[in-house]
Write a protein that binds this ligand. Structure first.
Ligand code: FAD
Ligand code: SF4
Length: 509
């Protein structure tokens, strides 16, 4: 009697206990299906990288002696849905049992559970053995607290995994969080490291995807795909990051630089999210670099916080609020995405650079996602659901469990403030301070009204004025509202009129 074990495209985890023994009766199933290529419009590199990595993983399993059934996208027998293929393969192998690892997306989790419940077969759901917390753990930890503060969760995780603690259990360096040291503009030195990622030619795979009629956007870079596609490559990327970029990660974590799109970021999110790397091994490597004197504590703490803090925290938020979270629109924003989200053609240099980079590389760093693109979207009142689909499609690392809380919650505050204690918005002054994007822009960051005024300025004040009924009571915004009150009626009216004109012609900004 055969057992089928389903391996999803983001479950390429060679260290999973499933693979520790070879069993002739077990058939591992991987499948490329239209269900997954088509649920949202994806960046071409995302489709390519996931399929190429799945194919690599299937080869790896076979080389280890495991039985593998790989259903390619253009396989004539492919039913193009996960349950459709599972049913067909269960019949083919006369399988008596099907197992899968907990999917990270609610959509797939619900689909597989519903399918399983209707089967006469035995079925079981296993842990994916990747995360540092269980799905419901954040909710259990936070209980009835009004605000589920990330910082509270993060300290709990540091203690639980004994990360960067001294012998008495106190945080190394005497503080939990070194964010204060980590907000520098990058002056052009130290030089950013050369791109350490591998290059792959996947033109054949890309032609197959196109022949199948899969729609996508963004630059396929099929002949020079730069993402790690297996664990060996991912480990080499981790190594290169630790030695060349981590020492400066903290200092320039929030910087924006036109000539250095990657800055000192790790570019490890794809490898982590498809589970080629384990989060604990990644932070242990960073910790070892600090102990060995190769990276300062502030950089290492900042990096550790992103992975054991933010990454696990947003996953907990996702599972505590799904389903339904994806439909929230607390600020009632309904504007469609401007056309230039799909081609980068806007006169606003910051958005032009961040979106063009995203279209070319399927990646943007956190501050580009949050304080350039997300900031504009929130100020302009773009519909959070349309924006969510855009982020979910464009980024190489975008899987709903991590993308949705970041986009809808942290960036757009469409969840009413579950994650963000105040909206992540700014006027041009912040963007100007954090980098060189404003140099050479068609707009003037100093002007608030008039044809050349930076759109971020009027939109910023208008945003707070429009949303005063909801936001005014927030203590963290007291300063903003005091500034707004200090303005004359005429000033406020001019900003309102300017913002109104801008919002009427978002496509042409
Ligand atoms: P680094 O800056 O090197 O950070 C190291 C690692 O920390 C990342 O690889 C990632 O695993 C983790 N991390 C950092 N910030 C976050 C965060 N806020 N939430 C969860 N993990 C974090 N990240 C995704 O993995 N997938 C997404 O779809 C995604 N969508 C986002 C959407 C918006 C609107 C925003 C503001 C952020 C989003 N992020 C997302 C978080 C973050 O921007 C990316 O993880 C990061 O830019 C990936 O690049 P990197 O690997 O070079 O990250
Ligand atoms: Fe962006 Fe305004 Fe600066 Fe132009 S002036 S780059 S639109 S912040």
């Amino acid at each position: 009697a055969h057992t089928l074990r389903l391996v999803l495209g983001d479950q390429l985890h060679p260290g999973h206990s499933w693979f520790s023994q070879v069993d002739e009766q077990v058939v591992y199933v991987l499948m490329e299906v239209r269900q997954e290529t088509d649920y949202v419009l994806h960046h071409a590199q995302k489709i390519l990288a996931i399929f190429a990595a799945m194919r690599d993983f299937a080869r790896y399993l076979r080389a280890g002696g495991h039985r593998v059934r790989y259903v390619a996208l253009d396989d004539p027998g492919n039913r193009q849905s996960i349950p459709g293929n599972l049913a067909a393969l269960a019949a083919h192998y006369a399988a008596q049992r099907i197992e899968w690892q907990q999917p990270d997306e609610w959509r797939l989790d619900a689909q597989l559970q519903a399918w399983g419940a209707a089967q006469p077969l035995d079925w079981a759901v296993m842990d994916s053995e990747h995360f540092l917390t269980q799905r419901g753990e954040l909710a259990a930890l936070m209980g009835q607290r009004k605000q589920w503060l990330m910082e509270h969760f993060y300290r709990h995780m540091r203690r639980r995994y004994k990360l960067l603690l001294d012998a008495d259990g106190a945080p190394e360096g005497g503080q939990w969080n070194f964010d204060h040291d980590n907000r520098k503009r990058w002056p052009g030195t130290p030089p950013v490291p050369a791109d350490w990622r591998p290059q792959h030619d996947h033109s054949d795979l890309w032609r197959m995807v196109q022949r199948a009629g899969v729609q996508s956007f963004g630059d396929p870079q099929a002949a020079a795909l730069r993402w790690p596609l297996n664990r060996t490559e991912a480990l080499a990327c981790l190594d290169a990051f630790i030695t060349t970029a981590l020492p400066h990660f903290g200092d320039y974590e929030d910087a924006l630089a036109a000539q250095a799109p990657r800055l000192f970021h790790s570019l490890l999110s794809f490898a982590l999210n498809v589970k080629m790397l384990h989060p604990l091994e990644v932070v242990q490597r960073a910790k070892a670099a600090w102990r060995g004197g190769q990276a300062p504590l502030a950089a290492v703490e900042g990096f550790v916080r992103q992975i054991v803090g933010w990454r696990e925290y947003v996953r907990g938020i996702y599972w505590a609020n799904m389903p339904g979270y994806e439909t929230r629109n607390a600020l009632g924003h309904h504007a469609p995405l401007p056309r230039w989200f799909w081609n980068g053609e806007t006169h606003m240099r910051c958005l032009h650079l961040a979106i063009t980079q995203s279209l070319q590389t399927a990646h943007a760093h956190h501050i580009q996602r949050l304080m350039v693109i997300g900031n504009f979207a929130l100020l302009a009142g773009l519909e959070p659901q349309a924006l969510h689909r855009w982020y979910l499609g464009i980024y190489i690392d975008a899987f709903e469990w991590v993308e949705l809380p970041n986009t809808l919650g942290m960036s757009q505050r469409a969840d009413g403030g579950v994650i963000a204690t105040k909206p992540y918005v700014s006027s041009a002054a912040y963007l100007q301070r954090m980098g060189d994007y404003c140099q050479g822009c068609a707009y003037d960051p100093k002007q608030k009204t008039g044809a050349r005024a930076c759109p971020f300025n009027a939109l910023y004040w208008d945003f707070f004025e429009r949303h005063a009924p909801t936001l005014q009571g927030n203590r963290r915004l007291a300063l903003v509202y005091r500034q707004l009150q200090k303005m004359s009626d005429a000033q406020r009216a001019a900003l309102r009129t300017q913002a109104g004109h801008l919002r009427e012609r978002l496509d042409t900004l």
